[in-house]
Write a protein that binds this ligand. Structure first.
Ligand SMILES: Cc1cc2nc3c(=O)[nH]c(=O)nc-3n(C[C@H](O)[C@H](O)[C@H](O)COP(=O)(O)O)c2cc1C
Length: 235
């Protein structure tokens, strides 16, 4: 249905008035005594509820990076590992996001679990993960995804969809007799070591619960309560 911008600046989409879209957040609370003593336990607890419930791709997270001029960019990637060291995702190392991380490793990760009226916001610093861990993950992927990684010069401009499809066929032929597809050197993983992890639970009247773990120790170990302080933020 066609959206219309009205003379007063409001937007209507058929019978839907965008400004009237609102729900009351009444699914739960997050109090200090409910909060785990470390961000790892709290994250895995909420993640299990998200992944085991109604959330489609609970491991989808929005990664925000900045370019050299301070312009932020966001995009969704999939969380592929959570460990005491941090949060890992895999991508092309010549992509826009990887270029930006190479220039400024400070990133944020946002898990938007709307159906649970929750979000988790991580800020931190990204670093490349070792090649051994990249290989282990790459070879666990379906063969077509491995071919896809070789095919896509991620974030570069294509002349057409046909160009991409032709690239895929070319790579497919190149590796037709290969039992093991090598890991492209331009493909890898980023580990985000957290400096803060905020847990947000929607509440009625927009008086939401926001509890943030802030990193205090030199080493960032998500499982060590002594490495973190907890504060409540105003919604
Ligand atoms: C649900 C979802 C999951 C995605 N997962 C990944 C991923 O794990 N790695 C990746 O490189 N891109 C992933 N993408 C594509 C990215 O959002 C993005 O388009 C791509 O990485 C290029 O981003 P960049 O040009 O900012 O570097 C995903 C997109 C969606 C919608």
């Amino acid at each position: 249905m066609e959206a219309t911008v009205n003379s007063d600046g409001s937007v209507t989409n058929g019978d839907i008035r965008v400004q009237d879209l609102r729900i009351s957040y009444e699914q739960g609370v997050l109090t200090e005594d409910m909060l785990a003593s470390d961000p790892f336990t709290q994250f895995t607890r909420w993640f299990a509820e998200a992944a085991g419930g109604s959330i489609l791709e609970a491991n989808a997270m929005v990664v925000s990076t900045v370019d050299s001029g301070g312009q932020p960019t966001s995009r969704t990637v999939l969380l592929k590992d959570i460990s005491p060291a941090g949060f890992t995702f895999f991508t092309n190392l010549t992509s826009t996001k990887s270029h930006q991380i190479s220039g400024n490793p400070q990133v944020s990760l946002l898990f938007p679990w709307y159906e649970l009226h929750r979000q988790v916001l991580v800020t931190g610093v990204a670093e490349l993960i070792p090649r051994g861990a990249v290989e282990e993950y790459f070879w666990s992927r379906p063969r077509d995804s491995q071919i896809g990684a070789w095919t896509s010069d991620q974030s570069s401009e294509l002349a057409s969809r046909a160009e991409l499809d032709a690239n895929f066929e070319r790579v497919n032929e190149r590796f037709a007799s290969a039992d093991v597809i090598p890991v492209p050197e331009f493909w890898g993983g980023w580990l985000v070591r957290a400096s803060s992890v905020e847990f947000w639970q929607g509440r009625p009247s927009r008086l939401h619960d926001r509890l943030v773990f802030r990193h205090t120790a030199k080493d960032s170990d998500l499982t060590q309560p002594s490495h973190w302080t907890v504060a409540r933020l105003s919604p």
